[in-house]
Ligand binder design. Structure first.
Ligand SMILES: NC(=O)c1ccc[n+]([C@@H]2O[C@H](COP(=O)([O-])OP(=O)(O)OC[C@H]3O[C@@H](n4cnc5c(N)ncnc54)[C@H](O)[C@@H]3O)[C@@H](O)[C@H]2O)c1
Length: 440
């Protein structure tokens, strides 16, 4: 493994590689939560950027200077980039070839039967095949299953005869930034680059060197494994307290007290807190290992634990309140994690579907997501149960709990796997919370 630090010098070196046919420095294909902040950041570092997306509404928003989703600091960045005129937009993937460096940031979902779904990447590859020429680089920024980068290189050789690493460059440079922290982390997180052949790593390292973070050179498959296993580690770390939460309920134990006993002043503690664990990355990235695992089923079990949390919460409510038909349940939070507007693959939706199958009257509130929800006060008004599905900052305020106690039904059950208010109870009646000294 080699390490080097990029920076302005690397940017100049890379700029000198552009040929007279290139009208831009870098293209970013897929202006989603990864691609758009990346395209803006390249432009902000002085590169001429082509951003490609097939979603006309998304392109229109960017053209009009509106971020289509929340990302800290990105709106100001978009306005700055607009003023600088360094971002060109297109709906055609083939236009990406007007830049020497083409970064693919398309979605890579998983089929439900445990197999990476590469259809978007295959489609983009096919669109690019006819327009690639020697000197181009193709960089997979998307999260991919082990072997995908070599597949892409092989595909270009098979269909165009390119010598990868000499004429055309292919690498995996996985996105490792957490949503909401893009601009904070792009300059600092080590950028892993797994290049195919002799020179791909060097050429792609020079591109990402514009951000000044350390560039860590490795092989394509090691880059792929490092990315997916970082997410598998998080997914597994959260499954353990979630399983413990379920075990505690069966044993009439308090999960927060057990976690405190594990972690307090103990050098080998460190178990995480329970919660609803999903989102577009964690929920599917384990499958990229699972599809050809040496121990099939192990990560599937991790997934099953996290996926069972909504049912566990539902059953806990039913055990305490009885049948839920025509009872009002408020669900606070639809986003997959705190303080984001991304509710794709959030377990809150699964929880709502389960509640609706019990014929409960569900009222959801989320102050961040674009999915329509009702106002907070309306959601909790007269509720028989209130479930905190996402630990948004707004819900962690004592006044949120006070509003629940004031507006919900007298014997309202508060379900808080996140321990938002420090009451250390997954299931507690609003009256109990008041007796514990939490505001009511
Ligand atoms: N979201 C994250 O926080 C995050 C973090 C790390 C890695 N990743 C990985 O990065 C990749 C992208 O994730 P994302 O969340 O940005 O996805 P996304 O769905 O937000 O973005 C994908 C974009 O590609 C566009 N698109 C789809 N097909 C296209 C086509 N044929 N031509 C042009 N544009 C097309 C879509 O309109 C969309 O704007 C995935 O592999 C994901 O696993 C995501």
């Amino acid at each position: 493994m080699q390490r080097c630090r990029g920076g302005p010098a690397a940017a100049n070196l890379w700029a000198s590689m552009s040929t007279s046919q290139s009208t831009a420095d870098v293209s970013v294909v897929g202006l989603g939560r990864v691609g758009l902040p990346l395209a803006l950041s390249f432009a902000d570092r002085g590169l001429q950027v082509i951003g490609v997306d097939n979603d006309a509404a998304r392109l229109l928003a960017v053209r009009e200077g509106r971020m289509p989703f929340q990302e800290t600091g990105a709106q100001q960045l978009l306005e700055r980039v607009h003023a600088g005129g360094r971002l060109e937009l297109s709906e055609r993937v083939a236009d990406a070839a007007r830049a020497r460096q083409i970064v693919i940031t398309l979605g890579t979902p998983s089929f439900s039967h445990i197999e990476i779904d590469m259809r978007d990447i295959r489609a983009a590859l096919d669109d690019l095949l006819g327009v690639l020429t020697p000197g181009h680089s193709l960089i997979l920024r998307s999260t991919v299953a082990p072997g995908t980068t070599d597949f892409v290189a092989g595909y270009l050789t098979k269909h165009r005869g390119f010598q990868i690493g000499e004429e055309v460059f292919v690498a995996h440079a996985p996105e490792r930034i957490a949503a909401g922290r893009f601009l904070e982390e792009i300059d600092t997180l080590p950028c892993i680059v797994g290049g195919v052949g002799r020179r791909s790593g060097e050429v792609v390292g020079e591109l990402f060197g514009v951000f000044g973070a350390p560039i860590v050179q490795t092989t394509p498959v090691q880059a792929e494994l490092a990315k997916i296993w970082a997410n598998i580690l998080r997914y597994t770390n959260f499954a353990l307290p979630n399983l413990l939460m379920m075990d505690c309920e069966r044993s009439s134990a308090n999960v927060f007290e057990v976690i405190d006993l594990i972690n307090r002043d103990y050098p080998r503690g460190g178990i995480a807190q329970p919660g609803l664990t999903a989102g577009t990355c964690l929920r599917k990235d384990f499958a990229f290992s699972e599809e050809r695992s040496a121990a099939p089923g192990m990560l599937l079990a991790v997934s099953r634990v996290n996926e069972s949390v909504p049912l566990f919460l539902l059953e806990g409510i039913k055990r305490r309140l009885g049948a839920l038909a025509n009872r009002k349940v408020a669900v606070l939070g639809l986003a997959f994690k705190a303080d984001t507007d991304d509710d794709r693959d959030s377990l809150a939706h699964k929880l709502i579907r389960l509640l609706e199958r019990e014929l409960a009257d569900v009222a959801a509130h989320d102050p961040h997501v674009a999915t329509p929800t009702v106002p907070f006060d309306q959601a909790v008004e007269g509720a028989d149960a209130v479930v905190v599905a996402t630990n948004h900052s707004e819900f962690r305020e004592p006044r949120a709990l006070a509003a629940i106690a004031e507006r919900a039904a007298g014997d309202c059950l508060v379900v808080d796997p996140w321990n938002c208010w420090g009451a250390a109870q997954v299931f507690a009646y609003a009256s109990e919370l008041a007796a514990l000294g939490t505001p009511s």
